[in-house]
Design a protein around this ligand. Structure first.
Ligand code: GDP
Length: 341
């Protein structure tokens, strides 16, 4: 239980951190202070205009000292074993002297006010290390907004010296495409049961994967072996990746510490191959341009909504009633934007 004095102290710290200048926040982040990092991420999540200005200035400070991590996306349905796997991988990396940040994106939390990733404290062992940082749940009104904040959180974590950033999502929504465009390596966790449909994983997500990891191999060893073969075949049917990387399928069990090492060795092989070929740098450049365009689209749409919400609502109804085609509707909205009658 926290005492009155402790509460006062916590309130003081919070107010103090809110009042920190961009320079002080930057200095705190660079020194690896996790509580300043948290305040900075809260700042970039704020919708208050003044906070946004400060957040933008902070990001500008951090960009030149960012980019030095490997960014790994991890996805899978609830219960597949994401937090167990991430905790074991995190601890392995800490032992190897690395600093690990985990950012979780939970698309459910905004709509249902619930959380698929769970409100229970996850990854407790990892969370207790001073070389790890876990930030649960970025949520927001639009996927674009969530992605932008995650992207900026990655930059802040890198500026704070984290060398592995794990970005976790629940593999049921569209957020995976966004996460793929935020990360270097995309890992899909699957249960050892047949059929992707059964697991609610869409074909599109499979296609994005740089690796599939079959979890809980100890529970169903035979099924696990079969699943590895099945997914290996399935991945071969997709077009080859531009990077030249051939997606891998591995099995994992929380009771076999070698299995998590094998996954990490694979990611290291990927990293060294793609750094050598220059593809990783290219991919990040492409991602930056992609997010610039997405961000402009978002801004234009927000502008339209703020200026002409009645008009848009009217056109939407016309589309729903089948009175005009979606293309015609978009043309009319676009004309409104450019002031054409
Ligand atoms: P998440 O919802 O995807 O984060 O899944 P969790 O990591 O919370 O795991 C769900 C359940 O599966 C928990 O009870 C874990 O203990 C269990 N679990 C995770 N990995 C393994 C594994 O490799 N073997 C076995 N037998 N159980 C596992």
């Amino acid at each position: 239980m926290t005492t009155h004095n402790e509460n006062e102290w916590l309130r003081f710290r919070k107010e103090f951190k809110n009042s920190l200048s961009v320079e002080s926040l930057f200095a705190g982040i660079r020194s690896g202070d996790r509580s300043v990092l948290s305040s900075a991420i809260t700042l970039i999540e704020s919708t208050v205009a003044l906070d946004q200005e400060k957040a933008n200035a902070l990001i500008q400070h951090c960009i030149p000292v960012s980019g030095n991590s490997i960014r790994i996306g991890i996805t899978g349905v609830p219960g597949v074993g994401k937090s167990t796997f991430i905790e074991q991988l995190g601890i392995l990396l800490l032992t190897a002297g690395k600093k690990v940040a985990v950012l979780s994106i939970d698309p459910s939390s905004e709509r249902s006010h619930g959380s698929i990733l769970g409100d229970k404290t996850r990854m407790t062992q990892l969370a207790s290390s001073s070389n790890a940082y876990i930030r649960p749940t970025a949520s927001g009104n639009s996927l674009g907004g969530v992605a932008q904040r995650t992207r900026e959180s990655i930059i802040l974590c890198e500026a704070a010296g984290f060398d592995v950033i794990l970005i976790e999502t629940v593999g049921v929504g569209q957020s995976e495409t966004a996460v793929n465009a935020l990360t270097d390596f995309f890992l899909l966790l699957m249960l050892p049961v047949a059929g992707d449909e059964l697991q609610g994983i869409k074909r599109g997500i499979m296609e994005l994967a740089d690796a599939v990891v079959i979890t809980k191999a100890d529970e169903m060893p035979e099924k696990s072996k079969n699943a590895v073969q099945t997914y290996q075949k399935a991945l071969h049917l997709f077009p080859a990746k531009d990077s030249g990387w051939i997606p891998n399928v591995l099995s994992y069990s929380m009771f076999d510490s070698d299995s998590v090492k094998r996954v990490w060795n694979m990611i290291e092989t990927f990293e060294s191959q793609l750094v050598q070929s220059g593809f990783l740098e290219e991919r990040r450049k492409e991602q930056s341009v992609y997010w610039m365009k997405e961000s402009v689209k978002d801004m234009l749409w927000q502008h339209l909504l703020s200026q002409s919400s009645d008009f848009i609502e009217h056109i939407e109804k016309e589309v729903v009633l089948g009175k005009i085609s979606p293309y015609m509707a978009s043309q009319q909205i676009f004309n409104k934007l450019i002031g054409k009658k």
